[in-house]
Design a binder for this molecule. Structure first.
Ligand code: NAD
Length: 438
C-alpha cells in the first residue's frame, strides 16, 4: 500500500501530473487474484475527504434497469465516508437534483448532502470554493459532448486548463461526431499525455478477472496471438433509449456499444492495420432486418439515421494476426450473448458471457480437454474505479499498484477502429446498391 496523495486542500490544484510518466514501468496487466469484490477490498488508509465532481447525472453515474453500471455506487464502496461529491454538473438540473435527493435518503447521505448542482463546468468554476477543490472528475456525459477541441465539446481540455494535475475518468466511447473529428480526439489524448494527467477510460471489460487470466496465460507462455474472434449480440428489447437507435445521435451500435469488444480485441491482438478493415451489414430496410420487439418508435428517426441490425467485420493486426468481429441486434429479453475467442499456437482462450456471468474456457497443448474457469462475484466496474483511485492515492508510486488498463490515447485507437468498421460496412452497402454505370 502506498501513502496517500495530499489533499488538494493542502495546496494548489496542481501537483500530480509531472510524476506520471514513470508509471509506464508498471505491468500492463493485473494479477487476477488482486481483483477482489467490493466487500473484500482493502482501502488505502486515511480519513480526509476525497472530493469528486461528477459530470453527468445519467445512467452510467447513478444506475438504471438496463445493466449493472452505476459509478456512484462503486465510489461509495471504495471511499466510504471519505467520498464527497462536491458537484454534480448536468444541464438537466431536475434530474441531477432528483438523484441527489434519493441518495440523501440513504446511509450514503454524507457523500451527497453538500453536493451542489451546476448546469455546466463554467458555472462550477465561477462558484468554486477552496474546500470544494476536486481531486478527480468523472465524465459520464453523452460522448457527443466531449473528445474534441471545440467549445462546448471540450470538457477534458477545460478541466485540464482549470484544474491541472487533477485526475480524469472518461466514459467510453471517448467521443462521437463526424469521422473527420477523430484527429481532434488524438490531440486531446496528446494534451492528456503531455500534461501527465492521470486518466482512465471506461473500458471496464479489461478489468474482468477472466480477461486478466487470459493475459496471464499469454504472458506466462510467451504466446503470440494469431486471431481474435468476437461476437456481441445485444438484447435489443431492453434498449429503450431513442438516441441509441439513431446514428446521428449515438453514431451507431459499433461505435457506441460494439466498442467494448473492439477494444478487447485490440487488447489481445494489438494495433490494427486500419487499411485492412472490411465489413458488411444487415440494414433496417432489408427483409431479414425486421425487428418485432423494439421499445422505441423507429419511424420517428430519419431513414438514413436508422441503425444496422448486424455488422460483421474483419481486419489484420499489425502483427499479422487476424481480427474478426460481429455485432448483432437480434435477441430479446434482457441478457446479452457475447463471446471472445483468442487463438495462439496450441491455445484457445474463450471468454463467454462477460457481462452476466463470465466463464473462461481454456484449451492448451497436450490434450483436447477444455479447462473451465468461473468467476462468481467479479465486478469489473468496481475494479476499474478501484484501480483508478488507487493510482490517484498512490503518491509513492508503489510498483504493486495495479496499472490503469485503458488510457485515453489507447481508447482513441479503439474509437478509430469502430469508425473504420462503420465506414467499411457503409461502403459495402453502397457498392451493393450502386447502379452499374451505363
Ligand atoms: N461502460 C459501460 O458499460 C457503460 C454503460 C452505460 C453508459 N456508458 C457510457 O456513459 C456515457 C453516458 O451514458 P448514460 O447512459 O449515462 O447517458 P444518459 O443519457 O442516461 O445520461 C447522460 C446525462 O448527461 C447529461 N448531459 C448532457 N450533456 C451534458 C453536458 N454537456 N455536461 C454535463 N452533462 C450533460 C444529460 O442531461 C444526462 O443527464 C455514454 O458515453 C455511454 O456510452 C457506459
Amino acid at each position: 500500500m502506498g501513502s496517500r496523495r495530499p489533499s488538494a486542500l493542502d495546496g494548489p490544484m496542481t501537483g500530480v501530473g509531472s510524476r506520471r510518466p514513470s508509471l509506464a514501468s508498471r505491468r500492463p496487466s493485473i494479477d487476477p487474484t488482486k481483483l477482489v469484490p467490493m466487500d473484500k477490498v482493502s482501502h488505502v488508509s486515511g480519513t480526509d475527504d476525497f472530493n469528486v465532481v461528477f459530470v453527468g447525472a445519467g445512467n452510467i453515474m447513478f444506475g438504471s434497469d438496463e445493466g449493472p453500471w452505476n459509478h456512484s455506487f462503486r465510489f461509495e464502496h471504495k471511499l466510504g465516508p471519505r467520498l464527497k461529491v462536491v458537484a454534480l454538473i448536468d444541464p438537466a438540473v431536475d434530474r441531477a437534483t432528483a438523484v441527489l435527493a434519493k441518495k440523501c435518503e440513504t446511509f450514503v447521505r454524507s457523500a451527497y448532502e453538500n453536493t451542489r448542482v451546476f448546469r455546466n463546468l463554467e458555472e462550477f468554476i465561477k462558484n468554486l470554493s477552496k474546500k470544494d477543490t476536486p481531486r478527480a472528475f468523472v465524465i459520464g456525459t453523452p460522448p457527443m459532448f466531449r473528445g474534441t477541441m471545440q467549445s462546448g465539446r471540450d470538457v477534458e481540455l477545460q478541466i485540464m486548463k482549470h484544474f491541472p494535475g487533477v485526475a480524469l475518468f472518461v466514459e467510453k466511447p471517448i467521443s462521437t461526431g463526424p469521422v473527420g473529428e477523430i484527429e481532434e480526439a488524438f490531440k486531446v489524448a496528446k494534451t492528456i499525455r503531455e500534461s501527465g494527467t492521470l486518466c482512465s477510460v471506461g473500458y471496464m471489460l479489461r478489468y474482468l478477472k477472466a480477461v486478466q487470466m487470459m493475459k496471464q496465460i499469454i504472458d506466462e507462455n510467451n504466446l503470440t496471438v494469431m486471431a481474435t474472434i468476437a461476437r456481441y449480440a445485444c438484447a435489443y428489447e431492453a434498449i429503450a433509449k431513442p438516441d441509441w437507435w439513431n446514428k446521428s445521435k449515438s453514431a451507431g451500435p459499433i461505435i457506441e456499444q460494439g466498442t467494448h469488444f473492439c477494444d478487447l480485441s485490440r487488447y489481445f491482438g494489438g494495433e490494427v492495420d486500419m487499411a485492412t478493415v472490411v465489413a458488411h451489414s444487415l440494414e433496417w430496410d432489408e427483409n431479414a432486418g425486421h425487428l418485432s420487439k423494439m421499445q422505441i418508435d423507429e419511424t420517428a428517426i430519419a431513414p438514413e439515421d436508422r441503425i444496422p441490425r448486424v455488422t460483421s467485420a474483419t481486419w489484420k493486426y499489425e502483427s499479422g494476426a487476424v481480427g474478426n468481429f460481429i455485432h448483432v441486434i437480434a435477441l430479446q429479453g434482457h441478457d446479452y450473448s457475447c463471446e471472445l475467442e483468442v487463438y495462439a499456437d496450441g491455445y484457445q482462450l474463450k471468454l463467454v458471457n462477460p457481462y452476466v456471468q463470465p466463464v473462461l474456457h481454456v484449451r492448451k497443448p497436450g490434450n483436447d480437454h477444455e479447462e473451465i474457469h468461473r468467476f462468481p462475484d467479479d465486478d469489473p466496474f468496481f475494479s476499474e474505479i478501484s484501480v483508478w483511485i488507487d493510482n490517484i492515492e498512490d503518491i509513492e508510486e508503489d510498483p504493486e499498484t495495479s496499472q490503469i488498463l485503458s488510457s485515453y490515447e489507447d481508447a482513441c485507437k479503439t474509437y478509430a477502429l469502430t469508425w473504420a468498421i462503420r465506414e467499411a460496412s457503409e461502403l459495402s452497402r453502397h457498392k451493393k446498391f450502386a447502379k452499374p454505370s451505363a
